[in-house]
Design a binder for this molecule. Sequence first.
Ligand code: NAD
Length: 344
Amino acid sequence: MSKLRVAVIGVGRMGRRHAENLRFNVHNAELVAVADVDSNAAGKLAAELELEHSYGSTEALLSQQNIDAVVIASPPKFHVSAIQAAASAGKHIFCEKPLALTLAEVNEVEGAVERAGIVLQVGFMRRYDPPYIEAHRRIAAGELGEPIIFKAIGRDREPPPLSYFKSGSGMLFVDASIHEFDLARWLMKDEVAEVHAFGGAIACPDIGQCGDLDAGIVNLRFTRGAIGNVENFRQSRYGYDIATEVVGSKATLRIGYLQQTALTVLSCEHVSHDVVDHFLVRFREAYFNEIQDFVQRVLADQSPAITVQDARKALVISLAAERSYREQRAIKVSSGMEVAQPAP
Ligand SMILES: NC(=O)c1ccc[n+]([C@@H]2O[C@H](COP(=O)([O-])OP(=O)(O)OC[C@H]3O[C@@H](n4cnc5c(N)ncnc54)[C@H](O)[C@@H]3O)[C@@H](O)[C@H]2O)c1
């Protein structure tokens, strides 16, 4: 197989980006079809990208013969059924985060992937962002000594539309903080042992009415004794602010940037510059890198870089944080493995 023939399921913000990368930028992939329950959206994107095929459902898409792999970028509550259908059809899968919303669903995914013997990679794209890659390399090389404190900020400039919160996206800790929890595990080379979460919906009461939060803070304790803190906020107003710090016994790393363009205006009144405003801009390179790597791994018959187990471990932390917020107490993450599930 010289080119991997890939189809995209769900053509909203992320699906469109993956489709564009597969169509124009990943040279050993061929984008062969797109699907969305909004068949007009699928048709429109297919026309824009000059694709022959678009569909209004995953099932219809999977009836097309020449598909080797699918990218799943529908809302999370639809991930598991799409994974099961694609796996039974023998397709390799790249699935956006969160892989699933409950641990029972992760077990179903794991079973389906094992039975089908396919590759499933999860979209924790920050692991493909050059500054995060370099931080990970330096930590692995021992430059920081022993990692002691993990701090992460994830702020959106504006929240997604309310329809996003109604679509089965998972609560703030599952939808947004899961990126930070994955980074915590990856950069600290440790597992989170305990969480204590706080949250509210003060800036965006509409989000509160959807049963979600617009702001959350989660304190972490790692198994080897390191500590951490994760903040997520839906409406910074000033920009898309993703910043992570790892404080070690010998050195500290600060990852992230706020200024998009290398132009600063200095006047007698103020000093100003533009600000990164969206994840599609900040992580442009990471989105390309992750899909290219997935395609290369499938073509080379290699294991995925980010696995179902990584998705499970990050979800366990998210669900424990959600439970900690609801019960207003610290929660041991190992106990969350068995019992932490979203409230009905
Ligand atoms: N990695 C990242 O940085 C990142 C950023 C945003 C979103 N995401 C993830 O990507 C996924 C999609 O998020 P989004 O922001 O693109 O959402 P979105 O709302 O913009 O798009 C979702 C699309 O899926 C379609 N859809 C709904 N149900 C479907 C189904 N059953 N089958 C096929 N299509 C269906 C909708 O019509 C819509 O076009 C989510 O898992 C989300 O968590 C990841």
